[in-house]
Ligand binder design. Structure first.
Ligand code: GRF
Length: 197
């Protein structure tokens, strides 16, 4: 059974896709053992509690320095004894002490076809605004391993999504989530949990 810790910061729709995938059996041999957020108001924490999953908040506001926060973050991760850490809209830079402790054990979902529209400053709606500004006909989502860079680790899965003429960033974001993110993140977890990663 793969022990998965999911890190979240916002609404948690990707977390919900994981929870639903486990319940439906499309994600096999997997258990979410903890959901961790940097944001105590993240609705994702409510989703975890509703699903009976331990939900914890480790907030930078509660620590004197970034270094202290990073240590507390790693401590909370270690306590869950995860085999895999999934960043599902986690808006915290993963410290090198954590990537070093979990090499090739941290994955992230990014709402573009990396290497387009990724890296520092490309998160949330900004990604889709950039795709629309560039005029791409297709965008999509990527699941990749996390290394010490920003959206630079080896790619695991990608799924393209068509950009339509009247798309706004919000409409495009929703289509990318519905048609790509909520499909490839559960699929990647199922692959890694069943020796296909
Ligand atoms: C998603 O768009 C994801 O691609 C990005 O952050 C957002 C998280 O959304 N990394 P949610 O919290 O999973 O609803």
């Amino acid at each position: 059974m793969l022990r998965v810790l999911v890190c979240v910061s916002g609404g948690g729709t990707n977390l919900q896709a994981i929870i639903d995938g486990i319940q439906k059996g499309t994600i096999r041999n997997t258990e979410v053992v903890r959901v961790l957020s940097n944001n105590q108001n993240a609705y994702a924490l409510e989703r975890a509690k509703k699903a009976g999953i331990e939900a914890v908040c480790v907030s930078p506001k509660d620590y004197e320095s970034r270094e202290e926060f990073n240590k507390a973050l790693l401590e909370s991760v270690r306590a869950a004894k995860p085999d895999l850490i999934v960043l599902a809209g986690f808006l915290v830079a993963i410290p090198s002490i954590m990537t070093a402790a979990y090499p090739n054990k941290i994955i992230n979902i990014h709402p573009s076809l990396i290497p387009s529209f990724c890296g520092k400053g490309f998160y949330g709606l900004k990604v889709h605004e950039a795709a629309l500004a560039r005029g791409v006909k297709y965008t999509g989502a990527t699941v990749h391993y996390v290394d010490d860079g920003t959206d630079t680790g080896p790619i695991i899965l990608q799924k393209p999504v068509e950009v339509l003429p009247d798309d706004t960033p919000e409409v495009l974001q929703k289509r990318v989530m519905e048609q790509a993110e909520w499909t490839i993140l559960p699929k990647a977890i199922d692959m890694l949990a069943n020796g296909k990663g």
